[in-house]
Design a protein around this ligand. Structure first.
Ligand code: HEM
Length: 388
């Protein structure tokens, strides 16, 4: 009996030690190891702090930035990404001086091709999970998918919307090639979530900022309306013709530059990876702050903070001089799947609004761009629409 008890005690101690080691490794040893590897390569920044890192400081800065609206200007970075801006100002300059990140003609030394590969999840990167709301959303989508599957199995049509097409093609794939092929229920749910969030929020955000900016820049609103009326008159815009809306396209590009719906793209290295001269161990979170590059005077010139759609008059690559400095739709293999659709949808909506309404900012509008997943006007977009 005594031997049994001491064996049990020994096993319990061993298990407790293993867990203690794991926790120690998770909260302290591993982060410190990552920090050491990054510092050895010239990275600077705050030292690792237990549990929260810089989170509390970031939270305070964001809260402070969001506490009051700003005067109307497009210099939104200090309000939208105060902590990232501070980090870049404090540390990137230093690294540049040390020649670590060499800039040639304002062009980051990392090439397009490398950036594209780097933004690919296929090469071992994935987006950080936001667990909080996942469960609730999944259950809600599961309900919709199950209902539709039931209908399909009962012989009803799948429906001609995206979910119907997805389920129908998936069932065909499984019928033809067996269960190993096709998507699992979990994958179907993930696709639905992705399309909803990726497609809905982003395009509506683009439209909202476009209306705010065209309210402020009435000359561009008039030019856009002239173009729309010339092309379609008062008729319903023709889908094929939407691509001829040049002024509207330029306006959208400029709105997406100044107010990109996704201000920062995230990745986590799942395995050791190289980017330029930098070797990143697994477990490093990378932020690609589109909003900072989009507002950078070194890239766009002294008028970077001005609304000037004419900079896109000869297309995006001319405006960026071939540099990878403008990515409202991401870049590389994971570039937005709905990019063309989004532009078409936004053009259709904008054309119809311009045909029938003129709009201006209400005196109650306060300019307060802030991120709530996407970049939103924090206190709403108070607009006055007048029927034409
Ligand atoms: C103005 C509108 C839009 C903007 C600014 C936008 C922006 C983006 C960005 C920045 C990414 C890449 C995210 C990353 O790399 O982490 C992305 C991915 C994606 N977007 Fe969009 N998006 C828009 C509209 C849409 C629409 C309308 C759809 C669908 C109908 C859509 C579907 C997707 C999908 C499926 C992905 C993931 C692609 C992949 O991971 O392979 N997006 N979008």
């Amino acid at each position: 009996m005594e031997t049994l008890l001491s064996s049990l005690a020994l096993i319990s101690c061993a298990v407790a030690l293993v867990y203690a080691w794991r926790i120690l490794n998770w909260v302290w040893l591993r982060p410190r190891k990552l920090e050491k590897i990054l510092r050895q390569q010239g990275f600077k920044g705050n030292s690792y702090k237990l549990f929260f890192g810089d989170f509390n400081e970031m939270k305070t800065m964001t809260k402070e930035a969001k506490s009051k609206p700003m005067t109307f200007s497009h210099e939104i970075v200090p309000r939208v990404s105060p902590s990232i801006l501070k980090t870049v100002e404090n540390y990137v300059v230093m690294r540049k001086e040390e020649g670590y990140l060499s800039f040639k003609k304002n062009r980051p030394s990392v090439s397009w091709k490398r950036f594209a590969r780097f933004t690919s999840r296929d090469r071992g990167f994935c987006r950080p999970r936001r667990d909080g709301i996942v469960r609730e959303v999944e259950l809600s989508v599961l309900g919709i998918v199950n209902k539709r599957m039931k209908a399909i199995k009962a012989g009803e049509t799948a429906g001609d919307d995206l979910l119907g097409l997805l389920l129908e093609s998936n069932l065909k794939e499984i019928e033809q090639h067996g269960n190993k092929f096709g998507m699992s229920l979990k994958e179907v749910i993930e696709e639905c979530k992705l399309f909803y969030f990726a497609g809905q929020e982003t395009t509506s955000t683009l439209l909202v900022w476009t209306m705010i900016l065209l309210s402020k820049h009435k000359d561009w609103q008039d030019r856009a309306r002239d173009e729309v009326l010339q092309l379609f008159g008062r008729d319903k815009p023709d889908y094929q013709e939407l691509n001829h809306l040049k002024i509207v396209s330029m306006i959208f590009h400029e709105v997406l530059r100044l107010y990109p719906p996704g201000v920062i793209l995230n990745r986590i290295t799942m395995k050791e990876s190289t980017l330029g001269k930098v070797t990143l161990p697994a477990g490093v979170q990378l932020l690609m702050p589109a909003v900072l590059l989009h507002h950078d005077r070194k890239i766009w010139g002294d008028d970077a903070e001005e609304f000037k759609p004419e900079r896109f008059s000869e297309g995006v690559s001319k405006a960026t001089q071939g540099q990878l400095v403008y990515f409202p739709f991401g870049w590389g293999p994971r570039i937005c799947l709905g990019q063309s659709f989004a532009m078409l949808e936004a053009k259709l909506a904008m054309a119809m609004i311009l045909q029938h309404y003129s709009f201006e900012l209400s005196p109650s509008y306060s300019h307060a761009p802030a991120t709530v997943i996407t970049l939103q006007p924090q206190h709403g977009a108070h607009l006055i629409l007048r029927k034409l």
